[in-house]
Each structure stands twice: as structure tokens, then as C-alpha cells.
Design a protein around this ligand. Structure first.
Ligand code: COA
Length: 161
């Protein structure tokens, strides 16, 4: 599991929506993220625009990792789409990626941080996450007919589309 042969000191962790290269993200998901294969570029752009923090991991000009979160900054935050390219796994980059997200000001004061994972419980346990079987339910949402415009006083539209 542990990759001790490679030097990752030059690898950069970049925060921000604008840093993400969407075509490279699609390729990264297709190589390593079963749940995110074949996502459409236009949908990914919306998901990223509505996430904060967003962190991408770079080996020079190649994006080799990605993760994002949503947060209310106080009570609840959720981590999404954590991925490190298979050629770079096992060298501590996944841990650093999650820790970078957790240390962001929008996440570091949040009371509870959630994540959904099918196979990587042991990875997250190493970072401090615990099993939680009491609070998990899911709604497989159905498309709503027509369009609902979400607005707040200061923000004309919550949807980036
Ligand atoms: C899960 C993933 C992000 C881990 O990234 P990584 O760079 O390989 O992980 P790291 O090298 O930083 O590992 C951190 C720690 O977790 C441990 N670990 C990593 N993967 C593990 C696994 N599958 N089972 C048990 N322990 C694991 C490491 O041994 C290391 O332990 P240590 O810090 O005590 O030495 C990466 O394997 C990946 O992208 N997988 C495919 C996508 C995926 O499943 N993402 C998670 C979706 S919820």
C-alpha cells in the first residue's frame, strides 16, 4: 500500500475553482473514481462552482488529484469526490488532500463533517473519521418538471447554470 519510492515534494495542492482543469478532471475520474465516470463537463462545472473549498493536486501541468466540499461554515460540512490518480496512490497525497480540505476556513470550525464512501473506510479512519450508522438516509431525487429559481437577497441565483 505505502509508496516509499517516489519523491512527492514538488507536488502542489491548489485551492480554488479556477485552478481546476475540467477535461483533466474528467480523465482523472474515468481512471480512478467509479462513482464519477462519464460525468458531463457542464454538470461538473456547476458542481465545482457550488462547492467550496475545491482542491486540485498537480504534478507540474498534470492534475493528479482532486477533492471538494460543501459547508455551512458552522454546523455541517460534507466532503465529495476525493481522488488521487492510481500512479500516485500510496504516498500520502490522499491524506494531504483531505487534510487540506479539512483545514480550510470554511471547514475547520464546522461541528460535524460527513462523507460517503463505499470501499475506503480504512483510508478515512487513518485520518480520524469514525463509522456513523445512525444518521444515514438517502433520497434518489427525481427531476422536477419546470425550473425552480433559487434566490437570496444578495445572490441573484444559486445555480451557476
Ligand atoms: C482513497 C485514496 C484517495 C487514498 O489516497 P492515497 O494517496 O493512496 O492515500 P495515502 O497514501 O495518503 O494514505 C493515507 C493513509 O491511509 C492508508 N490507506 C490508504 N488507502 C487505504 C486503504 N484502501 N485501506 C487501508 N488503508 C489505506 C495509508 O496506508 C496511509 O496510512 P498512514 O498514513 O498511516 O501511513 C486513493 O486510493 C484513491 O483515489 N482511490 C480511488 C478513488 C476513491 O476510492 N476515493 C475515495 C472515495 S470516497
Amino acid at each position: 500500500m505505502k509508496n516509499t519510492t517516489r519523491d512527492y515534494r514538488h507536488i502542489q495542492f491548489c485551492e480554488g475553482h479556477s485552478k481546476v482543469d475540467i477535461p483533466q478532471l474528467v480523465a482523472l475520474f474515468n481512471s480512478a473514481a467509479i462513482w464519477a465516470k462519464n460525468r458531463k463537463i457542464e454538470d461538473l462545472e456547476i458542481a465545482i462552482a457550488n462547492s467550496n473549498p475545491v482542491v486540485s493536486v498537480w504534478d507540474h501541468k498534470t492534475m493528479i488529484g482532486f477533492g471538494r466540499a460543501t459547508s455551512d461554515c458552522v454546523y455541517r460540512g460534507t466532503i465529495w469526490d476525493i481522488v488521487i490518480h492510481p500512479n500516485y496512490q500510496g504516498g500520502g497525497l490522499g491524506r494531504k488532500l483531505v487534510e487540506t480540505i479539512l483545514s480550510n476556513p470554511r471547514m475547520c470550525h464546522v461541528e460535524r463533517i460527513y462523507l460517503m464512501t463505499t470501499h475506503q473506510q480504512n483510508f478515512y479512519k487513518r485520518i480520524g473519521f469514525e463509522h456513523n450508522q445512525t444518521t444515514t438516509m438517502i433520497l434518489h431525487n427525481q427531476p422536477i418538471e419546470g425550473e425552480i429559481e433559487l434566490t437570496t437577497r444578495n445572490q441573484p441565483s444559486l445555480l451557476a447554470r
